[in-house]
Write a protein that binds this ligand. Structure first.
Ligand SMILES: *Cc1c(COP(=O)(O)O)cnc(C)c1O
Length: 388
């Protein structure tokens, strides 16, 4: 199978698209063009002439179908962490009589750190829930339950519609972090009656390192939702330079400062790779790849930490191994790139846009060789790099 549309080094098996997506064709050329022509020649005129002011909305329209939402209800511009901050504050303000934020303790740490910061700022309680049963922590005091749809360590997936409905019955909002979902796993926020969502664009969406996150606010919450970083780009009339803040209607009020034009330009082109591809087809491919990899791991006698049940599996497969770091490093030395997550997880992400059955087979062959020769036991791997 080929990998149309992506510039991947020859011979490299890249199974880390859940950390940093591969480089789509056309991005390098587009960024060079924006820099040379739109910035270099157009200068300030490009805000109007090159459509920079509408870039956020154009990108939002491309991401929307992957989330089951409308582009006009999405905003992009900040990191996931900052977007989480804005949404958590807004959520708490939408439920002023409730005093508790609930977070799942094994989630990607930034979610917990940001929630702790918001709790501190607003004088709320941060409550950790049981990962096996997050709803058990949701009582009448809970303003918002913040959950990551697909777990970054194990690849386990929550039942988004089920949890959303149950939390709503208890009067709590749910904020879904879709960093490990969008672009690889079907998400239908509107059909689920979801409240709020956030996600990054540099993993399965291939926007490039540090590309801006998206945030989504359900239309029914937009009028009342108030985010804390009330900057001029969230103002109803930014160029009127008025003294007093008046929020833009809709999700546009979640903007704060000048949009990152270069990063958004790269992302806009990167998202072309999703054009004409149904999310259901991506899911079918993804499950085919992860099933194939899991079967190979079973043959090698390795412990699979990812759920086997399709309904509970994202688009990655994790191996639990006491020498997981060495395993990942030895594979990288053999041109198979996965990553390590503390304490004992070797993680392999399958990006259905560009990973192939061939990638799976080559990765398994090289993994077998690593284990056979004990390459993962090399004492050189006792010390870890800064980025694992
Ligand atoms: C990757 C990831 C993030 C990243 O946050 P940034 O602020 O964009 O660096 C946040 N949450 C989850 C669940 C992630 O997987």
């Amino acid at each position: 199978m080929s990998r149309p549309g992506f510039a991947l080094p020859d011979g490299l098996v890249y199974l880390d698209g859940n950390s940093l997506g591969a480089l789509p064709h056309g991005v390098a050329e587009r960024v060079a063009d924006v820099v040379r022509h739109e910035w270099g020649h157009g200068l300030i005129r490009s805000w109007n002439d090159a459509g920079w002011l509408h870039l956020v909305r154009r990108v939002a329209d491309r991401i929307a179908p992957l989330l089951g939402v409308e582009g006009r209800d999405l905003h992009l511009g900040d990191s996931t962490s900052v977007s989480l901050f804005k949404l958590l504050v807004a959520a708490a303000r939408l439920r002023p009589e409730r005093r508790v934020l609930v977070v799942e303790p094994t989630t990607f740490p930034t979610d917990g750190y940001v929630a702790a910061g918001v709790a501190d700022l607003l004088g709320l309680e941060l409550r950790w829930c049981d990962p096996a049963d997050p709803l058990a922590a949701v009582d009448d005091d809970v303003a918002v339950l913040c959950l990551t749809h697909v777990d970054f360590r194990t690849g386990a997936m929550f039942d988004l519609p089920g949890i959303t409905a149950a939390a709503r019955e208890r009067g709590a909002l749910v904020l879904w972090d879709l960093c490990h979902s969008a672009g690889a796993v079907p998400v239908d926020l509107e059909a689920a009656g979801a409240d709020l969502a956030v996600g990054c664009t540099y993993k399965y969406l291939n926007g490039g390192p540090g590309s801006p996150a998206y945030l989504w606010v359900a239309p029914r919450h937009q009028e009342a939702a108030r985010q804390p970083v009330t900057g001029w780009f969230g103002h109803a009339t930014p160029f009127a330079m008025a003294r007093d803040y008046v929020p833009r209607p809709g999700v546009g009020s979640f903007a704060s400062g000048t949009p990152p034009v270069l990063a958004l330009s790269a992302l806009e082109v990167a998202l072309e790779a999703f054009e004409g591809v149904e999310v259901a087809e991506l899911r079918r491919r993804s499950l085919g790849l992860t099933d194939r990899f899991v079967a190979g791991l079973d043959r090698l006698g390795l412990e699979v930490a990812t759920p086997r049940d399709h309904a509970r599996r994202g688009s990655q497969v994790s191996v639990r191994h006491e020498r997981a770091y060495g395993l990942v490093q030895a594979l990288i030395a053999r041109d198979v790139v996965g990553d390590f997550r503390d304490p004992d997880i070797a993680r392999f992400g399958f990006a259905p846009l560009y990973n192939t059955a061939d990638d799976v087979d080559v990765a398994l062959e090289r993994l077998a060789l690593v284990l056979e020769h004990g390459e993962h036991l090399d004492p050189a791997y006792d010390e870890r790099n800064a980025v694992t």
